[in-house]
Design a protein around this ligand. Sequence first.
Ligand code: FAD
Ligand code: NAI
Length: 467
Amino acid sequence: MASYDLIVIGTGPGGYVCAIRAAQLGMKVAVVEKNSTLGGTCLNVGCMPSKALLYASELLEEADHSFAKMGIGVGKPKLDLPAMMSFKQEGIDGNVKGVDFLMKKNKIDVLRGTGRIVSAGKVEVKAADGKTEVSETKNIVIATGSDVAKLKGIEIDEKRIVSSTGALSLDKVPSSLLVVGAGVIGLELGSVWRRLGAQVTVVEFLDRILPGMDGEICKQFQRILEKQGVTFKLGAKVTGVDTSGKKLKAQIEAAAGGNPESIEADVVLVAIGRVPYTEGLGLKEAGVTLDNRGRVQTDKHLATNVPGIYAIGDAIVGPMLAHKAEDEGVAVAEIIAGQAGHVNYDVIPGVVYTTPEVASVGKTEEDLKQAGVAYSVGKFPFTANGRSKVNQTTDGLVKILADAKTDRVLGVHIVGREAGEMIHEAAVLMEFGGSAEDLARTCHAHPTRSEAIKEAALGVGKRTIHM
Ligand code: FAD
Ligand code: NAI
């Protein structure tokens, strides 16, 4: 029987990163993966393919709408959807091969098949041909990720009624797309298909988009998306989809019930969240406790109630984000090695990769109001940022929230182009407990969009220069 210091079940960003860190720390490590490729949701059907399509579709839209006014004549750009899908697939292949390479480089065994915890210290792997093998291990990390949340009574066939997975691989542009859920997936993939030519309607249960992100920023963002042609039906729910005709007929009603109506669409994308995936893992038999939402319950050291079994990533509490899973992977490997690994959950950036992007780190204005924290606000719109003006990309603003007494930065929220790259100076500042004054006195290169962050920081002290 093979014997390891650590077996990680799942090779998403949580699992493979955990395995690498553990190998760096001198452990003998194996990963178990049931899919034919490594990399999990993120690399295969999540972050990476969606970003490839967002990038390609954004360039198509730029070529169509912005090139001419910059004096670039290319004629009407033409979509070649199969080629765009090949572009996406090449990106996926490159990244998953990269993970294979990293496993080899770090001398990590890859056990292909479905993993099941027999008991603490024993993992069984069932290969595709049905053969099973049990390995011994001192420690187990559960990194089995998440799966699409289903909508009662609506069956996903991944052709006409799709989850994000089907929406990443449609073989033609639907003339109309109905998106259920104005969360990150709905807005990113809705943007992709709108740019490629679909009429997009988003139905959202709540009275706002992107719950959990700063309300003011999201209101601005919604207006920008509406200007781009996305239609929103907020405070509404889809109660069923009639698939009998050539067009789908979705029944919609108010979130609280009543006001029924029907919307026709070629494709319906169900994007109402994700749920932890622990099917067939043998957790019940192994005595591992789940919380009331089916997530593996862990303490602050990422340990479950069973000694020697840990869990990370989408399978446990917290934002379902690849970088959160990765940081937990590193932390748990260090904890197992006897070090002080930890994750600062107060400073995890979140980015929506639309155009413009939405990026956020720390507390929102709503969080601070609810917690009764006195705060000061500094804001700066991209309309007043020189670089944005010359590039004619002035949608959006930067908003900084700082403690009213100490000036410590508590949250930074941006809607604007490249916001996802810009947010990290705020994250580093917040990791060091920095103040708005620190940010405002840091020299920022000119001309950059990041100067809007400096100006918003100056705004906390009511002394912006360019506005
Ligand atoms: P996963 O990536 O889900 O990996 C789990 C792995 O475990 C899978 O490979 C699965 O096959 C394997 N597995 C499960 N059970 C077993 C078993 N019993 N035996 C063997 N293997 C098993 N996050 C971001 O931060 N940025 C983004 O831009 C972003 N975009 C996204 C876009 C989409 C469309 C989706 C769906 C998600 C996106 N996410 C994004 C979320 C991100 O993908 C997840 O947060 C991340 O993948 C979680 O990592 P993980 O390691 O916990 O699990
Ligand atoms: P989400 O939780 O972001 O959004 C789901 C939305 O659906 C919410 O606004 C919710 O109010 C709404 N909703 C729920 N039930 C509904 C119903 N019956 N009818 C109408 N609306 C309903 O979930 P999403 O977009 O599916 O994404 C899943 C996860 O993947 C997220 O947790 C996110 O963190 C991650 N992800 C991250 C990305 C990024 O970081 N850029 C990109 C894509 C996904």
